[in-house]
Write a protein that binds this ligand. Structure first.
Ligand code: ADP
Ligand code: MG
Length: 209
């Protein structure tokens, strides 16, 4: 039996954490054995990598260092967490995956042309691709309004400007257009429960839940 790998993608504050909490509750009630992963992190080594990426306010990692740190964490996650769970037939839900690297590092930070980044990262992760990617699409302006309402200090990445977040959105849009059969695009500006229903129906097209 082979499981299914589903990723949630989209910019900051599009509702990934919110929807993942709702999915956790849903699967728990239905007694469905699902595994939730969050990039980067989840194991001691990848938690350490996350700390390296996010916690150096003074002398932060160079952009390419950051890229390689994300990929290092992803390789660990794929081989040690995701693939073993899929072998057990589990539904694996990822909070961010390779599309975030394309959107943030290529389209957002413009480290390299987007198609080069797609080739580069796909080589690194041996073309391991999600079966379904739920793209919570949200205008960065709305995301910004949401973030202002959260009384938490924004981390280094979230402090980047609106122009950057527009390029990130374009990056996700590019991937969604390139692989329409993998992507389910959901309007993340809708109310939480509406978004959740749309997520469930997208998943149900791939697997019985
Ligand atoms: N559909 C929605 N409509 C309005 N606000 C939302 C919606 N989904 C999430 N939020 C709010 O937006 C903020 C960011 O949501 P969150 O789930 O943390 O996003 P992400 O994990 O994608 O960054 C939170 O305050 C959350 O309550
Ligand atoms: Mg989140």
């Amino acid at each position: 039996m082979k499981g299914i790998f589903i990723t949630l993608e989209g910019g900051e504050a599009c509702g990934k954490t919110t929807q993942i909490q709702m999915l956790k509750e849903y699967f728990k009630n239905k007694k469905i054995d699902a595994l939730f992963t969050k990039e980067p992190g989840g194991m001691p080594l990848t938690d350490e990598i996350r700390r390296l990426i996010l916690n150096y306010e003074i002398d932060p990692p160079l952009e390419k260092t950051e890229l390689l740190l994300y990929l290092a964490a992803r390789i660990e996650d794929i081989e040690k967490v995701i693939k073993p769970a899929l072998e057990e037939g589990k539904i694996v839900i990822g909070d961010r995956f390779n599309d975030s690297t394309i959107a943030y590092q290529a389209s957002g930070r413009q480290i390299m042309p987007i198609d080069d980044m797609i080739n580069f990262t796909e080589n690194i992760i041996d073309n391991f691709t999600p079966d379904l990617t739920i793209y919570l699409r949200l205008d960065p302006q709305i995301a910004f309004e949401r973030k202002k309402n959260i009384d938490l200090e924004l981390d280094r990445i979230e402090k980047a400007g609106l122009d950057f977040h527009r390029r990130v959105l374009e990056g996700f849009d590019y991937m969604a257009k390139k692989e329409p059969e993998r992507f389910a695009i959901i309007d993340a500006s809708k109310p939480k429960d509406v978004v959740f229903k749309e997520i469930l129906s997208a998943i149900r097209k791939k697997v019985e839940i």
